[in-house]
Design a protein around this ligand. Structure first.
Ligand code: FES
Ligand SMILES: [Fe+2]
Length: 361
């Protein structure tokens, strides 16, 4: 049991990859998202289909570029026509031939992988595309995926906390994904501080089957239900979920033909200190062509996500009325969440130190 005194906001870790959008959201219309307080305009280049990310503020009078239009690979500001190429350099200004040398907007490194578009907010020199964490089932034909994104008006740290402690399923999501066994079953937690990964597991050997799995798998009766969380701080959260009739376990060689597998992916992308993008996806390795199952899982998971949205909006409103330095009490179920907070604080501090070094003469 431990008592913690809290600051009002979880610090941003800048030198990290964040999910900005699903690939399908970005096309030949400008899409605006604010990530770590930075307004960014996204679009696909006409010439090679790559995703471009530019600061969403025109260098002239700071008009949002997302209120302008695309012209081939370039963006034309909707106010006075300053025109930017894919690297953010201004290539046209109205009324004069010479384009000022400083006329450019920031461009951000982007990686499109596993159907997600990742953006790097910090020092571009440190952006390593090989460091983007993977969620391969999202774009694997062996899996069927449904998903979406819901914004939440809260500190992103509240969403990290929420996802790392699934005991809340029993109370907040009862009748959807929660059953008594989730809150009753102890967890095991492993922390890889260096890699910034937190693993929280809860294996239920004999549990009620919640509607989410009963209707999608067709299992009648009780189940073994395994929840293995893998949180890659700061953004990617994976919940490996295994469901099988009671007594059915994986083979000694690790194969698991009689179980149903669901990969639940979340991307937690801080927008501002009181706003977070909650990307969610549910991938399954069964009933793959069954549209009814897809619709059911989509609608039910969205309902569950909206229950979290409602709870976190309410929690944030409550916390905003607390005095600076308020306290909270943590118990065993919070082990993963506390480890995640530690890692986020370290990543944020490292980012600040790197920025200070870069800024020093
Ligand atoms: S504000 Fe963009 S061209 Fe003037
Ligand atoms: Fe939840």
């Amino acid at each position: 049991m431990c008592v913690t005194t809290l600051a009002r906001m979880t610090a941003f870790a800048r030198n990290q990859w964040y999910v900005a959008a699903y690939g399908r959201e970005i096309g030949r219309e400008l899409l605006g998202r604010t990530i770590l307080d930075e307004p960014i305009a996204f679009y696909r280049a006409e010439s090679d289909d790559t995703v471009i990310a530019l600061a969403d503020r025109c260098v002239h009078r700071r008009y949002p570029l997302t209120a302008g239009r695309l012209d081939g690979d370039t963006v034309v500001c909707g106010y006075h026509g300053f025109t930017y190429d894919t690297g953010g350099a201004c290539v046209f200004v109205p009324g004069q031939k010479r384009v000022p040398r400083t006329a450019r907007v920031r461009s951000y490194p982007v990686v499109e992988q596993d159907s997600l578009v990742w953006v790097w907010i910090g020092d571009p020199a440190l952006a390593d595309p090989g460091a983007v964490p993977r969620a391969p089932w999202l774009a694997d034909p062996g899996w069927t995926t449904v998903g979406g994104m819901e914004p939440i008006d809260s500190d992103y740290g509240l969403l990290v906390d929420n996802l790392l402690d699934l005991s809340h399923e029993t109370y907040l999501h009862s009748g959807y994904i929660g059953t008594p066994e989730v809150a009753e079953t102890p967890i095991t937690t492993e922390v890889d501080e260096g890699a910034g990964v937190v693993r929280v597991s809860r294996h239920m050997d004999d549990a009620e089957c919640p509607p989410f799995y009963a209707r999608s798998t067709g299992i009648e009766g009780r189940i073994t239900r395994w929840q293995d969380i893998e949180y890659h701080a700061p953004c990617l959260y994976l919940l490996h979920s295994r469901i099988a009739p009671v007594g059915v376990l994986p083979e000694p060689d690790g194969s698991d033909p009689d179980a149903f597998h669901v990969e639940i992916t979340y991307a937690i992308t801080p927008s501002t200190d009181r706003h977070v993008y909650d990307f969610w996806a549910v991938s399954r390795d069964f009933a793959q062509d069954d549209e009814e199952v897809s619709t059911f899982l989509h609608d039910l998971n969205r309902t569950v996500v909206l229950q979290d949205v409602g709870a976190l909006n309410l929690l944030q409103q409550a916390l905003d009325t607390e005095r600076e330095g308020y306290q909270e009490l943590s118990i065993n179920i919070d082990t993963g969440g506390l480890a995640a907070r530690r890692i986020l604080a370290r990543l944020a501090a490292e980012g600040e130190r790197a920025a200070a070094v870069a800024a020093s003469p």
